[in-house]
Ligand binder design. Structure first.
Ligand code: NAD
Length: 264
């Protein structure tokens, strides 16, 4: 086949439904010629993920709950058995108790702090450990983050702390894996209405605020995140690693409410 990702094999982790950022990435990667595998978290999601995968010509769909290291091992073992190699991985996974995605960060419990850190940060490192062994011809690891890692956003709370740790882990892993030509990057996406986002307090206000105050005066789509992901998976970005790349209509550069922003 032809396309920027022709001949490449990639794993998509974090697909829940057709609103998922992982779906935007998977569609664009397939359109660019990649062969795809998918993981799903829990039996309930298998029924959703299998048909979506099939529509992108994939039947390599394996369970993986990142809170269970044995489950991550099993998923990579399965992919190794089928493909023998791997060129790229999308990690589009995060979780926090939604009771703690409102109110004050300072009230965060230890249990939810550790759970959020584990699922939203450590899991990317755990995935990198296993992907490294299959990326014998170099590779590209990509995760998703949010500007709440850099600056305080109301309600984002412990997830902001977890995303900050995730972003720094991208840089450390870029150094560790660079000798093997494995690149590690993150896309910092603007707000998008997904299942995970619906857990964040007052998410509709966040969407409106970004729409009115971003340089492009609109929100981004999962397909736009997917377009940037294709760049990171492809050899066009062969000189890029340890990067946090914003796909957010430029919102992150703005310092205050725009003069033409309507009231919300
Ligand atoms: P989503 O709900 O579609 O995807 C989140 C995924 O995480 C789901 O597929 C879910 O099954 C998976 N997941 C949760 N716990 C898991 C576990 N224990 N093991 C394996 N998988 C698990 O929502 P999304 O918005 O597409 O989220 C994808 C990523 O994008 C997340 O990292 C999120 O923080 C990030 N992000 C989202 C936005 C946004 O506004 N939606 C903005 C910036 C970054």
């Amino acid at each position: 086949g032809s396309g920027l990702l022709a001949g490449k094999k990639g794993l998509i982790m974090g697909l829940a439904n057709e609103r998922s950022i992982a779906w935007g990435v998977a569609k664009q990667a397939r359109a660019a010629g990649a062969e795809l595998a998918f993981t799903y978290a829990g039996d309930a999601l298998e029924k959703r993920v299998r048909p979506l995968a099939a529509s992108l010509d994939s039947d390599l769909v394996v369970p993986c709950d990142v809170t269970d290291l044995a489950s991550i091992d099993a998923a990579f073992a399965e992919i190794g058995k089928r493909w023998g190699k791997l060129d790229f991985v999308l990690h589009a996974i995060a979780f926090s108790d939604k009771e703690e995605l409102k109110g004050r960060y300072v009230d965060t419990s230890l249990d939810n702090f550790l759970l959020s850190m584990n699922v939203s940060c450590y899991s990317f490192t755990a995935v990198a450990q296993r992907a490294e062994k299959l990326m014998t011809d170099g590779g590209s690891l990509l995760t998703l983050t949010y500007v709440g890692a850099e600056r305080v956003m109301p309600h984002y709370n412990v997830m902001g702390v977890a995303k900050a740790a995730l972003e720094v882990s991208v840089k450390y892993m870029a150094k560790d894996l660079g000798r093997d030509r494995i690149r590690v990057n993150a896309i910092s996406a603007g707000p998008i209405k997904t299942l995970a986002a619906s857990g964040i307090g007052d998410f509709r206000y966040i969407l409106k605020w970004n729409e009115y105050n971003a340089p492009l005066r609109r929100n981004v789509s999962i397909d736009e995140v997917g377009g940037s992901a294709v760049y990171f998976f492809s050899d066009l970005s062969s000189g890029v690693t340890g990067e946090i790349h914003h796909v957010d209509s430029g919102y992150n550069v703005i310092g205050m409410k725009l003069e033409d922003a309507p009231d919300i």
